[in-house]
Ligand binder design. Structure first.
Ligand SMILES: NC(=O)c1ccc[n+]([C@@H]2O[C@H](COP(=O)([O-])OP(=O)(O)OC[C@H]3O[C@@H](n4cnc5c(N)ncnc54)[C@H](OP(=O)(O)O)[C@@H]3O)[C@@H](O)[C@H]2O)c1
Length: 343
């Protein structure tokens, strides 16, 4: 009978997660029933949203997350042995599923690793695609696009799509190496936000202001941009606010009910939003799920044409999931942070 290793969440995070918040257990998997498949996990995703969403998971639950897997046994006619699938599999090395939450990764070009189905050709890529092309529209050639968290899984794709659409791409990330990477994939301007003054650097890079601001970070960075750097009728896509995720909101200490509680207080932004007639819109990529095929094929086509480059930060070994997750939250990754199951 097949076994799986699984990470459970056993303590509430307080500030940055620590390895002791997770417990690695072994599970015996049940024999397959009709309609079920047995999958072996190949690549697992570590994502910022996990930091927030687990607040409402009962302690002792398996960690949530996307992964890529190979079907190794099938009693479901929709899947055959050897199929590569992706879905919300969780932090586990093997699983039995009825297949409802699994999608075959048929959109991947032949010469790319299967792991791209959780990266540039997966949820992060689609987030960049819909956030930029739908939430930030209209995106005319020459428009100035600004993205923070730019060297990460979502951010690097945002900048590259902006370039594909003939826009000016400006990115901010947290190290000089990341800045070099952004320039190497075509960003027009890239800055290390830990070293430069945001207002000064942006005044030089975009003297006439920003048309579309794709915000992955929130906090002071976003305040500065919205208050001082948006053009009239500019668009702000609120994709994430990672600068706030590892701070300690009151509610987290109390057991954490609110997923997106404000942690720090900022300036009032309403005047700037009104004065510059901005459209500020939060979005969650699942909203566009009925258009996943459209995004998958556009992203895959750009990869095939060499217009969209991909990069991964790979941690080997399932037992290193917590380490990889914590390192990603602290900025260790360039491109998509993933874990390779080496079993
Ligand atoms: N709305 C949606 O549907 C959706 C979907 C996917 C992701 N997201 C959001 O998009 C953002 C990026 O996600 P991702 O998967 O692409 O992660 P990622 O950028 O690959 O990894 C996280 C990065 O965040 C940066 N970071 C950490 N703390 C920071 C801070 N205090 N200030 C500024 N940057 C900080 C680090 O890079 P540096 O070295 O540059 O600091 C780190 O590498 C996150 O906010 C995430 O929640 C939203």
């Amino acid at each position: 009978m097949a076994k799986a290793r699984v990470f459970n969440i056993v303590k509430r995070f307080s500030g940055y997660p620590v390895e002791q918040d997770f417990e690695l257990v072994e599970q015996q998997l049940k024999p397959l029933q009709d309609g079920e498949v047995l999958g072996k996990t190949l690549y697992l995703s570590v994502d910022p949203y996990m930091r927030i969403y687990v607040r409402n998971l009962p302690l002792g639950s398996p960690m949530i997350g996307g992964a890529v897997a190979r079907i190794v046994e099938s009693k479901n006619p929709q899947f055959k042995v050897g199929d590569i699938v992706y879905g919300r599999i969780g932090w586990r090395t093997a699983f039995v599923s009825d297949g409802k939450d699994l999608t075959k990764a048929t959109h991947l070009p032949a010469d790319v690793p299967e792991s791209l189905a959780i990266g540039t050709l997966g949820m992060p890529g689609r987030t960049a695609y819909f956030g930029l092309l739908d939430v930030c529209k209209p995106l005319n050639p020459g428009a100035v696009v600004l993205v923070n968290g730019a060297a990460g899984a979502v951010g690097n794709v945002v900048g590259q799509i902006a370039k594909i659409k003939g826009c000016v791409a400006i990115g901010y990330a947290g190290s000089d190496e990341k800045v070099e990477y952004l320039k190497s994939i075509g960003f027009d301007h890239a800055f290390n936000y830990k070293k430069v003054d945001i207002h000064e650097s942006l005044s030089k890079a975009a003297p006439d202001g920003v048309d579309a601001f794709f915000d992955n970070v929130g906090g002071d960075f976003a305040d500065t941009v919205i208050l001082r750097h948006m053009k009239q009728f500019g668009r702000v896509a609120i994709c994430g606010s990672i600068s706030q995720y590892n701070l300690k909101p009151e509610s987290e200490a109390e057991g954490g009910k609110g997923l997106f509680d404000a942690v720090t207080k900022g300036p009032r932004l309403q005047g700037a939003i009104l004065g510059h007639q901005l459209k500020v819109e939060g979005f969650i990529v699942l909203r566009f799920a009925d258009r996943n095929d459209e995004a998958n094929s556009a992203l895959a086509q750009w990869v095939k044409e060499g217009k969209l480059k991909w990069r991964e930060h790979v941690t080997e070994g399932f037992e290193n999931m917590p380490k990889a997750f914590i390192a990603m939250l602290k900025g260790a990754n360039i491109g998509k942070a993933i874990v390779k199951n080496t079993e």
